[in-house]
Design a protein around this ligand. Sequence first.
Ligand code: SF4
Ligand code: SF4
Length: 89
Amino acid sequence: MNAPREAIAWFPVIDPDLCNSCSSCYDFCPKDVFAPAAVEEGLRHRPKMTVANPYNCIVLCSACMKVCAADAISFPPRADFEQYVEYLD
Ligand code: SF4
Ligand code: SF4
């Protein structure tokens, strides 16, 4: 990459209305990007998943989208981020 990671806003966004707290993304991501929200007193279902470490996400990876059966994970347009990656021959 040709810029500091924190300058590159590539990371997943979870739609909380679609997330069913299945934890598939949490189990799948090798970079610890996801974490369940804190358990609230009186909560009657598992806490929603959150993007706890967004800048751990690998720029232009979007593999976790495929493991989310609820289609709750999205990313910004890839074309906007190609400029940050230098490909080696
Ligand atoms: S895989 Fe999708 S539905 Fe499951 S916890 Fe992650 S965002 Fe929520
Ligand atoms: S895109 Fe890749 S690195 Fe980023 S959160 Fe998803 S699985 Fe993890």
